[in-house]
Design a protein around this ligand. Structure first.
Ligand code: TRP
Length: 449
């Protein structure tokens, strides 16, 4: 069985080295496993919750798409798309919103943190909080449930959201599934082995600490950032302590065990920090230089990126469109074509979509036609004085049993209790007429549910 892996990347920033080692690289490695069916997407609807700067949103979508592709994501193997290109996702979000408990969402960490901050500042608890922020977990549940993901690789801060997706999905299954499980229950996947890179100052590398090393911007910028890595003040020739050096931790995240061993030995033997930084730069440049070139090639051809993402959206929608159709059906958003029949003849419906259409003549009398599913007129009724009688006749015909059909030349008539109630059209010959009799019988045959 294949495992469906899905994760989203919120498009508000430019990926840095920490994102690469912590999320992008492991995701690409996982996508190459033979039993993996991976879905990676740009969570640009989520980005709108955090950011109201259109240029930044647009720039970030472009940069993140180019980063993943440049880093080696194979779009033939995986499904790579933008959330906002899948209209089924906001639609599913609404269906889920209607079953998600408000109390559940009140407990979401991100929302609670904003409320706490407001309360602390003596403000209204909901000051500045949008419905987007409040409903963030429902949109994320739709992302995950839309594709029935088994595993959702995320950071620890997102575990609660995956649990909420389970909760909401289960509720929907229970309410509308009638024993069928529409949604698979997703699991958060926390990769313990994945590197959390330290930033320039030794704290976790993060944009909010302003301590990042850029990933693909340029060799010079990467070099400049590396030169700002904080080290201790030991001079060249003095032994360094690799285990207490985040420069060494960064090196290890990209080196082979042999390279790491050699670097460690050299540090212990007094390698100067300046030289150590040069070595780190060389390692990163050799690991990432080619991908950086790919990145710049992609960024310069946004129309090609657009094509790739459109193809990804098409691939995703081949799953999302029919699945959402089933879900709409389940909640009662159904085509009237099927519902009319159930309403008109709840027990015995006219077979294969045949239907009675009533109308009023100019003289005020009532008549009806029986039309086959393809629109062919099977019968035209005689005139009835009132609608009630016409309705009673259609109901009797729908009982379908023991039809009294009498042929007359190349046409036929239908009789009820000794009175002729309807006529067929005239056919080309007797064979055509008999075939039409069969179609009529089929159309009026009682149906088993
Ligand atoms: N909320 C996630 C984050 O900030 C991004 C995201 C959106 C996501 N939809 C998702 C992650 C679905 C996993 C699955 O990191």
């Amino acid at each position: 069985m294949t495992t469906r892996i899905l994760t989203g990347i919120t498009t508000t920033g430019t990926p840095h080295l920490g994102n690469y080692a912590g999320a992008i690289r492991p995701a690409i490695v996982a996508s190459r496993q033979s039993d993996a069916d991976s879905f990676y997407f740009l969570a640009d609807y989520h980005a709108l919750i955090k950011c109201d700067d259109p240029l930044r949103i647009q720039r970030s979508r472009l940069e993140i798409a180019a980063t993943w592709l440049a880093a080696g994501l194979d779009v033939d193997r995986v499904t790579f798309y933008r959330q906002s290109d899948i209209p089924e996702i906001p639609e599913l979000t609404w269906l889920l919103t209607c079953v998600a408990g408000k109390g559940l969402l009140n407990r979401a960490h991100a929302y609670k943190a904003s409320v706490d901050k407001n309360v602390e500042a003596g403000e209204d608890p909901d000051a500045g909080i949008t419905m987007g922020l409040f409903s963030y977990p429902v949109l994320m549940a739709a992302d995950i449930l839309m594709f029935n993901a088994h595993q959702v690789p995320v950071g620890r801060d997102q575990i609660q959201h995956v649990e909420m997706a389970r909760d909401i999905g289960q509720r929907f299954n229970h309410l509308f599934g009638k024993g069928k499980e529409f949604f698979v229950m997703p699991e958060a996947l926390i990769e313990e082995s994945v590197a959390t890179l330290p930033g320039l100052d030794g704290r976790k590398m993060s944009k909010s600490y302003d301590n990042t090393i850029p990933l693909f911007s340029s060799a010079k910028e990467m070099k400049d950032a590396i030169s700002r890595i904080v080290t201790d003040s030991r001079l060249p020739g003095e032994a360094k302590d690799p285990d207490n050096s985040h420069l060494f931790t960064l090196y290890q995240a990209f080196a082979t065990p042999e390279q790491s061993h050699e670097f460690r030995t050299d540090l212990l033997q007094g390698l100067g920090w300046g030289d150590a930084k040069q070595r780190l730069f060389q390692l990163l440049d050799s690991e990432l230089g080619e991908a950086r070139e790919n990145y710049h090639r992609l960024i310069e051809r946004p129309a090609d990126l657009e094509d790739i993402l459109q193809a990804g959206a098409q691939k995703a929608r081949r799953i999302a469109t029919p699945f959402l159709g089933e879900l709409r059906e389940a909640v009662g958003l159904r085509s009237f074509r099927e519902t009319t029949q159930t309403v008109a003849a709840p027990k015995k419906k006219a077979s294969k979509g045949a239907r009675f259409v009533s109308f009023r003549e100019e003289d005020g009398s009532f008549r009806f036609r029986l039309l086959a599913a393809d629109g062919e007129q099977l019968l035209l009724s005689r005139s009835f004085a009132d609608g009630k009688t016409a309705g009673a006749v259609t109901r009797q015909l729908q009982q379908g049993d023991d039809l009294d059909i009498r042929t007359e030349g190349d046409a036929f008539t239908v009789w009820l209790e000794g009175a002729c109630v309807a006529d067929s059209p005239t056919f080309a010959d007797a064979a055509a007429r008999d075939a039409a009799v069969e179609r009529l019988k089929l159309a009026l045959a009682p149906q088993q549910d």
